[in-house]
Design a protein around this ligand. Sequence first.
Ligand code: G3I
Length: 339
Amino acid sequence: MRNWLPFIFLLASCSKPVSENCAGSGLYTKASFPIGTAFNLSDAAEHPLLTQKFSTHFNAFTPENALKFSTISPWPGVYDFSEGDSLVALWQDRARIHGHTLIWHQQLPSWFAQYKGDYKELLQAHVRTVIRHYARNIRSWDVVNEALTEQGELRASPWLEQVGEDYIYLAFKAAQEADAKATLFYNEYNLALNPRKLDAALRLCENLRSRGIRLSGIGMQMHIGVSYPSREEIAFAVEKIWRAGFTVHFSELDISLNPLGNKKNFSEADFQAQAAKYREVVEVYQQIPRDHQFGITLWGIGDADSWIPNYFNRVDAPLLFDAHYNPKPAFCAFQNALK
Ligand code: G3I
């Protein structure tokens, strides 16, 4: 559901649509790896331009919320796959669909805290049921999302509290038992910005592998800003991950223009700086060996679809297209950086 208030200020500062020649051909047609995005079924239903831009520019898709615990399991033991099924039916023929996310401390259903059953069995049943339901259409999953603190410890989580430290191992074990061919990811934010968290994520994933878990890759969410993390920090983190033998997915890329929330609108210089950062991100990603690239997924298409303004209650314009789905300088920079 969109909160238009943050956009009342922003509309006046929408970047001038860039020349159409840059936006002519699809982004993904120029990339050596999948170019994805994320949105909800309601977004697609409300905005024909969104689905038009998706069809033209993207060949990968992550349901933004449809596959999360609270959406899929409204009651204990009850599964509602309707939104996920609709999105799979819409896009399965033209996009790689990535499953997000099975076990996370957020977006748990309201009944979760009062559940009287065995939480370990609940975790295992949820992972198995969801993966098996989508086994023919979704071949990759964020099995566990954001399990670590900025200090590299296991974050407080209802799963940690109810199942214990092994909840992560149990989630991945259930996942690989449910679909032996699925590509399994651990998904996390701030891995380029926080070397301690990066090392903790690598230790976590390497430990899972040492216990027989077929963990293929690490999702670096990449919710970043125009001025952070630096190119060098991103490149350092990316290289450390692929050299450790993990596939790298830039899984939720957006580049905030207003991380401190102190801006009401944006200048052309702001949009150009954002464009330069998107170019940097693509250039760093393309330095990864092809066999360790999973793709780049933008966390939304147009600025009005972004989670950021609602979540942080601030004006922002973090994506490649503006609130009217016109390509921004960021789009051209992203496209021109692809090779
Ligand atoms: O579906 C209900 C709707 O029925 C209700 O009327 C409305 C009232 O506000 O809420 C709707 O649910 C919202 C849901 O998105 C679906 O739109 C939730 O309130 C809202 O909190 C939820 O936000 C999502 C957020 O995760 C939750 O933490 C964002 O869309 C989504 O982009 C964001 O994505 C996460 C990734 O999954 C993990 N990485 C971080 C990223 C940003 O938080």
